[in-house]
Design a protein around this ligand. Structure first.
Ligand code: SAM
Ligand code: DTB
Ligand code: SF4
Length: 328
């Protein structure tokens, strides 16, 4: 299905995307000498985008904590003692006030996250009102609410939802060691419903969870061989939250993180690659390398969903130092 691109996605046409990436090819990219990998990533980036433009989204946790899933990385799972309190769904006016503040601060997209396995019908009606209200403010809308049925995806589309975030998180092989309460197939099924409803797909994963490079290869190969590439590919560095099973995970070499961004850029040339969670603990030099590797989108604002993110002024100063501009 052809989907009209919202303004922030419009760009000159460059490399034709391939959907038949093999693991061997993706592994070979990861194994390139760093200068070669960066050159290929930058060439692909410039064929498809203005390399100085960065799309900015703001996150809001509209329903925090108490989640029945057991994702080993997540501070919002009810299975772990992380100090995150379970809260009710936020009221509409508070969500709209946060969206207006995000718009005034320069964000073009507002992403609403809920700690649900999947939304209940009554909750979805409330979220649809939020989506319609946020869109009426002139923002692109994104939501991440867990698994959806085909009918729920259509309902969100009708309310004006532009993007749905649903991550594959890691390789199919490693997935079972991170989450036991739902399967990779469940995730792929929801992604299919989102795509079929005509909503843009935001789908990526997390690195630094103790996975091997082969798992990172498997994750990117899976994303890059989806029937249509996700329009947005968030690459998260694990935020190690005390109380979660992954609190003590060994830190990932930042250069390996940059390589993951570069391989995502090369294999999904027309997607927005988002340098997502983990920037709070990342040096500005590593973030700069991520932009050079083809990342062209970030979350701005002092909080992700429950964990800290660099403040807006900090990010504005970094973008200024690097000569990057927000994509309107
Ligand atoms: N409950 C919904 C779901 O899982 O699809 C939506 C919210 S969930 C918090 C959204 C995404 O945040 C997860 O898929 C995961 O990739 C990311 N995430 C959660 N905790 C994280 C952490 N500690 N570090 C990095 N990314 C994280
Ligand atoms: C995504 O891939 N990363 C964002 C967004 N999609 C929803 C969430 C990151 C959450 C980090 C942990 C927290 O703040 O709770
Ligand atoms: Fe729940 Fe989403 Fe956290 Fe998993 S990642 S525990 S589904 S909020």
């Amino acid at each position: 299905m052809l989907i009209a691109e919202p303004p922030s996605q419009q760009r000159a046409h460059g490399t034709s995307p391939r959907h038949d990436w093999t693991r061997d090819e993706v592994r070979a990219l990861f194994e390139l000498p760093f200068p070669e990998l960066m050159f290929r990533a930058q060439s692909t980036h410039r064929e498809n985008f203005d390399a100085t433009a960065v799309q900015i989204s703001t996150l809001l946790s509209i329903k925090t904590g108490g989640c029945p899933e057991d994702c080993a990385y997540c501070p919002q799972s009810a299975s772990y003692q992380t100090g995150v309190r379970a809260e009710k769904l936020m009221p509409l006016d508070a969500v709209l006030a946060a969206a207006q503040a995000a718009k005034s601060a320069g964000s073009s997209r507002f992403c609403m996250g809920a700690a649900w396995r999947s939304p209940k019908e009554r909750d979805l009606d409330h979220v649809c009102a939020m989506v319609a209200g946020v869109r009426a403010l002139g923002l692109e809308t994104c939501a991440t609410l867990g698994m959806l049925t085909a009918a729920q995806a259509r309902q969100l589309k009708a309310a004006g939802l532009d993007y749905y975030n649903h991550n594959l998180d890691t390789s199919p092989e490693f997935y079972g060691t991170i989450i036991t309460t739902r399967t990779y197939e469940d995730r792929l099924e929801t992604l299919g419903h989102v795509r079929d409803a005509g909503i843009h797909v935001c789908c990526g994963g997390i690195v630094g969870m103790g996975e091997t490079r082969e798992d990172r290869v498997g994750m990117i190969a899976t994303l890059a061989s989806l029937p249509a590439h996700p329009e947005s590919v968030p690459i998260n560095m694990l935020v190690r939250v005390a109380g979660t099973p992954l609190a003590g995970a060994a830190p990932l070499d930042p250069i390996e993180f940059v390589r993951t961004i570069a391989v995502a850029r090369i294999t999904m040339p027309r997607s927005m690659v988002r340098l997502s969670a983990g920037r709070e603990d990342m040096s500005e030099e590593t973030q700069a390398l991520c932009f050079l590797a083809g990342a062209n989108s970030i979350f701005c604002g002092p909080k992700l969903l429950t964990t800290p993110n660099p403040g807006r002024e900090h990010d504005a100063a970094l973008m200024d130092r690097l000569g990057l501009s927000p994509l309107a």
